[in-house]
Design a protein around this ligand. Structure first.
Ligand SMILES: NC(=O)c1ccc[n+]([C@@H]2O[C@H](COP(=O)([O-])OP(=O)(O)OC[C@H]3O[C@@H](n4cnc5c(N)ncnc54)[C@H](O)[C@@H]3O)[C@@H](O)[C@H]2O)c1
Length: 288
């Protein structure tokens, strides 16, 4: 007989990063009954996150999907902080910038103030999960938990296991995802995991058509949407954020040995340099 697995009990979720993804993940956790700590080094991003949650929940009130009291309770279950000392929780879900050293440093600081039961999860789109966890102390409690944008709506969560992640932790993350009303898929720690590896071509081929064949990006979006895709590649890049999408392209390209078919696009680099990052800055391929 195998011993029954002990699952870690999760009541408090700390979401680090209050940008596009962190804000959505925090809202999703609040709406599903968790106590949430939303942390960001930039207080302006915390204000923006709170406003975006209020706005999004108000829309649900107007559609009579939740009551006004529920809206207030959800907002009140989130504490917004720019102090790392407040980030003590049963699980940390990190959603800060796509930069390995920023993520490593953050996890090292968080590991010092949390206990030996806390689970550490990264929402990275493309960085090797094992390499973010460079400290061995919490390696068995470290995994990827990759949400999709917008995190309040998209159902899929990729749960990424490293060679060191314990099965208890994977099982806990699967259950947690279900409690968040998501559909978890467990996958291995490989460049781009599943979705970002397969979908890379959706962006890169479209960018190449603009760069090399002088196609109109609007026409490409229209045709892809008419053929059944929910969003054309350029609208999707604007939604994701040009900086994030460009970083992911570079990381996947380098991790796979720089194959020509996955070479990042100069058009996207120029957009990043010009700070035309998409919806979050008001201009990307489109204006908002
Ligand atoms: N945008 C997407 O569609 C998408 C989808 C899935 C996963 N991701 C991943 O999620 C992560 C966040 O992406 P995003 O689009 O939300 O980025 P974003 O640029 O919208 O937000 C990043 C936030 O991190 C904060 N931050 C930076 N350093 C920090 C630190 N040391 N501690 C706390 N906060 C810090 C910034 O102030 C900012 O608010 C990235 O790893 C990205 O690859 C993004």
């Amino acid at each position: 007989m195998f011993a029954k697995k002990t699952l870690h009990s999760i009541h408090t979720i700390c979401v680090c990063g209050a940008g596009t993804m962190g804000s959505g993940i925090a809202q999703c956790a609040a709406q599903n009954g968790f106590t949430v700590i939303q942390f960001d080094v930039n207080p302006a991003m915390l204000d923006k996150s709170r406003a975006s949650m209020e706005n999004s929940l108000q829309k649900l009130v107007e559609k009579q999907k939740i009551s006004g009291e529920e809206k207030t309770a959800f907002i009140n279950s989130v504490s917004f902080t720019s102090q790392i000392r407040d980030c003590k929780a049963d699980i940390i879900i990190e959603a800060v910038v796509e930069n390995i050293s920023v993520k490593q440093q953050l996890f090292d600081e968080l590991s010092l103030i949390n206990n030996d039961k806390t689970i550490f999860a990264t929402n990275t789109s493309s960085i090797s999960v094992s390499s973010i966890c460079h400290e061995r102390i919490y390696a068995s409690r470290f995994a990827g938990m990759h949400f999709f944008n917008p995190a309040t709506i998209m159902k899929l969560v990729e749960i990424i296991r490293t060679e060191k992640t314990s099965e208890d932790v994977i099982e806990t993350l699967v259950q947690l995802s279900k409690q968040l009303n998501k559909t978890p898929v467990v996958c291995n720690d490989a460049p781009g995991f599943i979705v970002n590896r397969v979908a890379r071509h959706y962006y890169l081929e479209a960018l190449q058509m603009v760069e090399k064949n002088n196609e109109d990006f609007r026409a490409i979006d229209e045709i892809m949407e008419a053929s059944g895709f929910k969003m054309g590649p350029f609208k999707l890049m604007d939604l994701i954020g040009m900086d994030i999408n460009y970083s992911v392209s570079n990381i996947v390209w380098e991790a796979l040995g720089k194959p020509g078919r996955l070479k990042p696009s100069v058009i996207q680099k120029n957009k990043v340099d010009a700070k035309e990052l998409g919806k979050k800055t008001g201009k990307g391929f489109y204006e908002y």
